[in-house]
Design a protein around this ligand. Sequence first.
Ligand SMILES: *Cc1c(COP(=O)(O)O)cnc(C)c1O
Length: 432
Amino acid sequence: MNTNYPKSAALFEQAQRVIPGGVNSPVRAFRGVGGTPLFIQSAKGATITDADGRTYIDYVGSWGPMILGHAHDEVIAAIQQAATRGTSYGAPTELEIQLAESVIDAFPSIEKLRLTSSGTEATMSALRVARGFTGRPKIVKFEGCYHGHGDSLLVRAGSGVATLGLPDSPGVLAEVAQNTITVPFNDQAALEQIFDQIGEQIAAVIIEPVVGNMGCVPPAEGYLQAVRRITQKHGAVLIFDEVMTGFRVSFGGAQQLYGIIPDMTCLGKIIGGGLPVGAFGGRREIMDVVAPVGPVYQAGTLSGNPLAVTAGITTLRLLKSLDPYASLKETTHQLLDSMSNELTRAGITTVGNQVGSMFTCFFTSKPVSNWTTAAQSNRELYGRFFHAMLEQGIYLAPSQFEAAFVSIAHTQEIIDRTILAAQNAAKTLALK
Ligand SMILES: *Cc1c(COP(=O)(O)O)cnc(C)c1O
């Protein structure tokens, strides 16, 4: 039993008896860094508190949604109010229109939007729609990009799959996987080549415009423009998976930041304000193939759930009025820069990647621009850094291949404490 975290360790034992690996999503199990996962009791602002009563500064932010910090007063009040009116109706509500309008307002590429309950459902559905719309079978994705756990997308999928070192998942049929073509991220020639070969069979290209799921990897200058040009030329649907980047890297997502108009967009995480919401949307002519207007079936008993949608509407309203993006970017830059400097001073070379309030400190010496270069990182060293930070009350992502997130609740005082912890952690690493 881990004596540092006795209650978490006991709960982990108990959980493993009834839940596979003790967790309901694999990366939570800490396999990427070793040790016992913390069981969380509560969270507020920039911090989370574990079952042993210790409080940590949190850079996971529920893997992205908590851009306003945990348990934001206005979001919680709105959810509480909504709960008194009932938790689910299985019938349309005005709230769903409000959330759809807020999203469409921020994403000019989206004319119509369908809500789901997770990012996975959004990407799965978007692919079905793209195939239904084009009548073509194949999709293209990029090595190290994660789009949820739908069968046809669990091919070279970064994130948890990469952390666990699973090449592909058993249970995904070869017939399904063979319709998924994978090319390296940031490699325009590789994409051109595949389109030159079988462009007429490709229904869609799905991409994380800023990758978060192999750690944070930004697109090279002009790369997204090239992806747009190639897909347009061959009549393939370009799907931006902005489940992580939507309302994160800017209010209008990566497409606003880089000035690209995709055909379809997938959203999740922030649009649910910490409750389960996903969405897919796009051009009207594409979205009108979705049932009941068109023949492509897609549904969900809890889709557009009033509590979840209320959390989303409130979060987007606050983000719009606060417009925290410039300040988040600045805070994140300061943190990553100082963290890297402390490590350098201790003789440890790292590469810091950042877009807005998403960042990863890769334990490698060469620039990280795709999965091959990300995978060269020293995971063992990252694991030691992670635990040295954890001991000082800083909760980083429990894997080298996940982005870290800064929220508006990460004040200067909290950033300063994190930098001090990084200084100590760097010294610990240098000693070994
Ligand atoms: C998190 C994520 C998903 C999956 O969303 P879930 O809600 O976990 O199903 C899909 N795509 C990207 C880019 C993500 O970051």
